[in-house]
Design a protein around this ligand. Structure first.
Ligand code: SAM
Length: 230
């Protein structure tokens, strides 16, 4: 069996896992990430969870093929509902919308504990997720942008700090990406700026100049590389 090669998006999430920690992978689908983490001896065990039968079948097949049934448990679970808080320290939720990731965390209040490390990779609505996290007392330790084809995503490393914050518009849009000085970081900011400019133009054309002004200012803040305080 050849070694598992992750795509850049999942590899970035995998690189954030703390070595030696037990992992739960929510929405595992094919279980590539759990297999990679065990194959490379990054963590001792993984619980691979998915809500749907099809992906679970694919996970079971791949885990069997890689002879990793002693290390990876497969479990049907809606989010973290079938996971006990004592079973893992690092929680990966990748490849879903930001709103769904937020709802999964909301339904598992035990994650509000600084001993857990959350690795979150929203495919959309990252702004919503950042706002949710800060309002619930989670802190975004860092973010890493990752370009896949025409798309650019973010991967967030998150801990609970207990400090609830009302996150401003600027921070909700760019988060900690402004500290990612890579080409992918620049591409993410460019994508954000383009989206904000579109909103500003729409508001202006819709006869809302005051609201448009807020977005034009945000556009300039992003393109001029200003710091986004929370
Ligand atoms: C696009 S795949 C992502 C697979 C992998 N995590 C990745 O990032 O490549 C999304 C997976 O999330 C699962 N999923 C969706 N909602 C879920 C939920 N509430 N709880 C657990 N899994 C869920 C889907 O069944 C699907 O297998």
């Amino acid at each position: 069996m050849s070694s598992i090669i992750l795509d850049k998006r999942l590899q970035t999430a995998g690189d954030m896992v703390r070595p030696g920690k037990r992992v739960v992978d929510i929405g595992t689908d094919h279980a590539y990430l759990p297999i990679y983490l065990i194959e490379n001896k990054i963590c001792p065990s993984v619980i691979a969870c998915d809500i749907a039968e099809g992906p679970l079948g694919s996970a079971v097949h791949n885990i069997d093929a890689y002879q990793m049934t002693d290390y990876i448990a497969v479990r049907q679970s809606d989010g973290l509902q079938s996971v006990k808080e004592t079973e893992a320290e690092d929680i990966v939720i990748a490849g879903m919308g930001g709103e769904l990731i937020a709802s999964i965390l909301h339904a598992a209040p035990w994650t509000k504990n600084p001993s857990y490390h959350l690795i979150l990779q929203p495919m959309s609505m990252a702004d919503y997720l950042r706002k949710f996290l800060l309002s619930q007392g989670f802190s975004i330790e860092k973010e890493k942008a990752v370009t896949v084809g025409k798309h650019v995503y973010t991967v967030l490393s998150v801990y609970y700090s207990g400090e609830q914050k009302d996150c401003g518009l600027f921070y909700s849009v760019v988060g900690e990406i402004r500290k990612d000085k890579s080409e992918d970081g620049a591409a993410y900011l460019k994508k954000c700026a383009g989206r904000i400019l579109k909103i500003a133009n729409g508001l202006k054309q819709g006869g809302k100049p005051e609201e448009a002004k807020i977005y034009y200012e945000l556009y300039h803040d992003i393109t001029e590389g200003k710091d986004a305080a929370v």
